[in-house]
Design a protein around this ligand. Structure first.
Ligand code: 26W
Length: 828
């Protein structure tokens, strides 16, 4: 079934495309077509594509309104969308036409695409997952809307100082107008903060919450086109603004600062994305963001439900709300507040509705990432919600006590409130008890959720409430868009239109027999080579550095974090450098040439992560300049990692590293992207690496390191029976010594980083280093057998079908949300 955009009054032939393009240049942009620059051409192309999206978007939304199905809402504080133009043209099936059209007007599509700024409203894995899920929901014609915040500044831009330090600069992504959003100044809601909440004490449990600060949430809609379908869903982002412009009394009295104070504080709510990933700081503004967003989204969802004219008790039959981690957990007490205080329901009926509406996905078991909010802070900012949380906790603990009488330890472990100075609300507990179902994001991770952080809850509520949905990635962006040559080769080889296999990724299995076909292998390898050249060209033009392309490309790109162990990788690079230095020229000539790439941002306050970046940059400086070794080992830290940079790096990789301490990486999703593009995986037995190995076969991945069950014991040993590093792991001790002695300059600055390995070694580098080096050696050996390596690469891609986000989103739709596809009727 191939859908053709042309049947719906869209501009689908080259003459109409060039006509709308020129029209937009003259009218929307008020410019002349003959002296237009690339930025202007991008804007005109984007406006033309947007016209097409709008036709589909209107039709899709009208169809949903008419059919009134159950809908799902994906609440995520982050959506890491990247660029839109290329993806929108591909999903509409109009890329070829636009390429031709802009060419006729004297532009190249590559130059135009490069003009777009990434929409980077996210930190890392969780935010990019949300973006892939939106693409899959629309592609599967599912009635799903996303809800998030329209941050004025997305994730900071990363600069690297001459010393190798990360510097942060703001990301003013809205400065060049955003053609992809539709301001909905008519859709706005009031949101209250502070004030006081007085219990009515009439037996109803109701309160009157009044006073404080009121701000407005204004909607901005972003169109989400499905692939090869007219279905175009919506992502609604909220912007905060003052309810009243400014205080005229103060203004007239000449007190200008006071006059604009409250309007500034309202606008501040959605001004910036918090750049920490995996650490919760308990900041008031972040709490305000979370409540502002959940309160506005719920008002919008409830209003849409009320238009159906159904009794409020049927709310869960028409709305499923997915909580992307605990960030939107305040939606649970907020829906209780609306149902009790505004809708006049009794507690039991309200709780029934709430616990049938929400679904909670956990994305990490790391203790520092589990959100806890100080009770005094919630009491101050959201007094009514604190009352409701206490009430939920009271009823909940009564039920626990009934099932497990006289088990005080269990009650204090399970309580929503953690005792201490101050007391804190445990958001994961609240999300869990307020939801219909709870899931983790890969098999191992979901097991860990059930056996560690939520163990007591499994015992209390029964295991059937807990599940797994292994993450997925959209093959549209992460293969067809980022690796067009490979996509074309796959279509040609499978003798299938890409419309077919991009929507049923298991079809890739048809590539397996071609691993034995020499001519196919040659084509496969040639594409990898051209992707390396594309990456090398990118580094040359952006950084002015010359990267060799006749080498293995080894890539680790992700947020900088101790648990992800970039430190293990850089210490491994140093080990390789020292080994090469000790070789004779003849010995070196027999080794495998390697280019190692790193990219990733560190949270601005994460000292150790920033020091790791500095070490990488300075190691690169030394080894890339060493005439003895530079032909065999090169190292690059590419600044300002982003979705668009990933799109260039991933197709070029021969091997990528996913080397977290076992049990710490919930899933990982870039591992899937690399493998889909025929890059092999070097990793630990962690997260989705395990399921990738199950699919592609253990002979096609390189595993090393201790397994999850050993980790606790090893940490115990480090604490109570420490063995000096020189004894335990001499190779690693030697590497640390060379850094300490100043081989890479910077006398002494790296000591705090090195000491995390020498003492405590929480992430087990000393336990895994030797097997890591052994695994790297196996990678080298395998790579030297070129034909065998290409076979592995083909087999890996062929077996990646499971990891399409279409599979994942259909699992949520069927087993969690209970929603169905609502196709737009075929055009006449
Ligand atoms: C409150 C601070 C904070 C911010 C973000 C805590 C935790 C987070 C996220 C949940 C961290 C995150 O992005 N987790 C990643 O989620 C991906 C998608 O499921 C997984 O693939 C990654 O393994 C996981 O680290």
């Amino acid at each position: 079934k191939v859908w053709r955009a042309g049947t719906r009054g869209l501009d689908t032939d080259v003459p109409s495309i060039t006509k709308t393009f020129v029209n937009h240049v003259q009218t929307s942009l008020a410019r002349q077509a003959y002296n237009l620059d690339n930025l202007g051409a991008y804007q005109a192309a984007a406006l033309s594509v947007r016209d097409n999206l709008l036709v589909n978007w209107n039709e899709t939304q009208m169809n949903y309104t008419r059919k009134a199905p159950k809908r799902a809402y994906y609440l995520s504080l982050e959506f890491l969308m990247g660029r839109t133009l290329d993806n929108a043209m591909l999903n509409l099936g109009l890329k070829d036409k636009y390429v031709e059209g802009v060419k006729k007007l004297g532009f190249s599509i590559e130059d135009i695409l490069e003009q777009e700024r990434d929409a980077a409203l996210g930190n890392g894995g969780l935010g990019r997952l949300a973006a892939c899920y939106l693409d899959s929901s629309a592609s599967q014609e599912l009635p799903v809307w996303g809800y998030g915040l329209r941050y004025k500044y997305g994730i900071f831009q990363q600069l690297i100082s001459p010393e190798g330090n990360q510097l942060e600069a703001p990301d003013p992504w809205l400065d060049n107008q955003n053609p992809w959003e539709l301001p909905r100044l008519d859709v706005s809601y009031e949101v209250r903060f502070y004030g006081s909440a007085d219990r009515l004490n009439d037996g109803s449990g109701r309160s009157n919450w009044h006073g404080g600060q009121e701000v407005l949430a204004v909607a901005y809609d972003v169109m989400i086109p499905g692939y090869n379908t007219p279905t175009t869903n919506n992502l609604r982002l909220w912007e905060s603004k003052p309810k009243r412009g400014f205080d005229l009394n103060s203004f007239n009295a000449g007190d200008y600062e006071h006059a604009v104070e409250s309007s500034n504080s309202a606008a501040a709510i959605t001004s910036v994305l918090y750049p920490n990933d995996h650490t919760s700081f308990g900041k008031e503004l972040r709490l305000k963001q979370q409540y502002f967003w959940t309160a506005a989204s719920l008002q919008d969802i409830i209003r849409r439900f009320k238009n159906l004219g159904k009794p409020i008790t049927e709310f869960p039959d028409y709305a499923a709300i997915q909580l992307n981690d605990t960030h939107p957990t305040l939606a649970i007490p907020e829906l209780m507040r609306v149902l009790i205080d505004d809708e006049d329901l009794d507690w039991g009926t309200a709780w029934q509705i709430v616990t049938n509406t929400f679904f909670y996905t956990n994305h990490t078991v790391l203790p520092e990432a589990l959100e806890k909010w100080p009770v005094p802070l919630i009491e101050h900012v959201l007094p009514r919600h604190m009352q409701i949380i206490y009430d939920i906790n009271l009823f909940f603990l009564q039920a626990v006590e009934k099932k497990f009488p006289d088990d005080r330890d269990r009650l204090s472990r399970m309580s929503l409130i953690e005792e201490g100075q101050p007391k804190q609300v445990r958001m994961a507990h609240l999300a869990c008890i307020g939801s219909r179902k709870v899931n983790g994001v890969a098999e191992l991770h979901s097991d860990l959720v059930q056996t560690t952080i939520l163990k007591d809850f499994v015992e209390f509520e029964g295991v059937s409430k807990f599940g797994n949905v292994t993450n997925g990635i959209t093959p549209r962006r992460w293969l067809d868009q980022c690796n067009p040559e490979l996509s074309a080769l796959i279509s040609k080889t499978l003798k299938l239109d890409k419309n077919v296999w991009l929507k049923d990724l298991t079809k890739l299995e048809g590539l397996l027999p071609f691993a034995e076909d020499k001519k196919f292998r040659t084509e496969w390898a040639a594409i990898k080579q051209r992707n390396k050249e594309r990456l090398a060209h990118h580094v040359q033009t952006t950084l002015g550095l010359t990267v060799r392309t006749d080498a293995m490309y080894d890539v680790q790109i992700k947020r900088l974090h101790e648990y992800k162990r970039q430190t293990l990788n850089i210490l491994g690079v140093i080990h390789r450098y020292l080994t090469l230095k000790a070789m004779t020229t003849a010995e070196r000539a027999k080794t495998n040439r390697r280019v190692v790439f790193f990219a990733g941002k560190a949270a601005p306050a994460y000292y150790i992560a920033k020091l790791t970046i500095r070490l990488i940059v300075n190691v690169a400086r030394v080894i890339n300049a060493d005439p003895d070794t530079k032909d065999f080992l090169q190292l690059y830290f590419l600044p300002d990692y982003s979705v668009s940079l990933a799109e260039v790096l991933i197709p070029a990789s021969d091997i990528s590293q996913h080397i977290s301490t076992a049990g710490t990486e919930a899933s990982g999703t870039s591992n899937m992207k690399f493998c889909l593009n025929g890059g092999l995986l070097l990793g630990t037995v962690d997260g989705a690496n395990i399921e990738i190995a199950e699919e592609v076969g253990e002979s096609n991945v390189f595993f090393f390191g201790h397994l999850t069950p050993a980790v606790e014991d090893l940490r115990h040993q480090h604490l109570y029976h420490p063995v000096p590093i020189e004894e335990k792991c001499p190779a690693l001790a030697n590497v640390l010594n060379e850094v300490s002695k100043g081989l890479f300059g910077d006398g002494g600055v790296y000591e705090p980083l090195l000491n995390t390995v020498r003492h405590g070694d929480y992430y087990l580098l000393t336990d895994d280093f030797d097997s890591y080096i052994a695994a790297l050696a196996m990678v080298d050996e395998a790579y030297l057998d070129t034909e065998e390596w290409i076979k592995k690469s083909i087999r890996t891609t062929a077996k990646m079908g499971k990891f399409s986000s279409d599979r994942a989103i259909l699992e949520y739709a069927e087993s969690y949300w209970n929603i169905e596809a609502i196709p737009v009727a075929a055009a006449k």
